[in-house]
Each structure stands twice: as structure tokens, then as C-alpha cells.
Design a protein around this ligand. Structure first.
Ligand SMILES: [Zn+2]
Length: 131
């Protein structure tokens, strides 16, 4: 994902997309994959991640746990949003977003399909998907 989009998500949801604070204090602690690699997916899923994060944080304001991301990546054509702290309702939100990513072009966010082209990916017709 482009740095400017990554920055928007980090600024809007600093508690979800926190860089591990423990790493600074304890030298032997392992930083999360997210701390090292950030958003490992295309720009097309920005809105999906934005809406998901807004709902997760809203739930926290109403008493749910604070979700902290461990890794965000594309795998087999769909979003993987690995996080700690989520309760059952928040896990449901994450699951829905991951499923929805299989219908949104990872490059541009337009409607798309998960296709097999050497590897699994989700693309609209303009970006190499089926028309
Ligand atoms: Zn596209």
C-alpha cells in the first residue's frame, strides 16, 4: 500500500495500528510483523480497512477490547487482518471484511473476482480480472 494511504490509516487509528511499544523497552521482545512491514496489500483495500478499523474502534469506545493489529496482508487473493484483543463481535467484523476483500479489486477497489493466474488474486477486469 502507498505510504500516504498507510499514514492516513495509522493517524486515524493509532491504537489499532500501533508499532510495538514493548520493543523499545525490552530488547529481546519480537516486534509484530505489522511493525516491520506495515500494510502488505494493495491500495484497493484502503476503504475496506478504513471502514473496518472505524467500526472496531467504535466498538472499543463502547466497551469492547482494544484491537491491536499483528499483521495485515494479502493471502490467496483475500485480506488477512491478524489482530489481538478482538472479542467475538469484533472477530465477526474482521471476518466480514476479509470475505468482502474477495470481491474488491486489490489494485483499485472496484468490484472484482478472485482468480487463479499462477497465484490467487482479486482483480477487476481493468486490472487483469475476468470481465
Ligand atoms: Zn481494479
Amino acid at each position: 500500500m502507498r505510504e500516504e494511504l498507510s499514514r492516513i490509516l495509522r493517524e486515524r487509528y493509532p491504537l489499532i495500528f500501533a508499532v510495538d511499544l514493548a520493543v523499545a523497552d525490552t530488547p529481546d521482545a519480537m516486534p509484530s510483523v505489522f511493525s516491520l512491514w506495515g500494510f502488505e496489500c494493495g491500495d484497493g483495500w484502503f476503504d475496506l480497512i478504513d471502514v473496518l478499523s472505524a467500526r472496531l474502534q467504535l466498538a472499543t469506545r463502547h466497551g469492547a477490547p482494544q484491537v491491536v493489529v499483528r499483521q495485515v496482508k494479502e493471502k490467496f487473493g483475500t485480506l488477512r487482518f491478524n489482530a489481538s484483543g478482538a472479542d467475538e463481535r469484533q472477530r465477526g467484523m474482521i471476518e466480514l471484511a476479509e470475505m468482502m476483500s474477495g470481491r474488491l479489486c486489490e489494485t483499485c477497489g472496484n468490484p472484482g473476482q478472485t482468480i487463479e493466474a499462477g497465484w490467487m488474486r482479486t482483480r477487476c477486469p481493468v486490472h487483469g480480472g475476468k470481465s
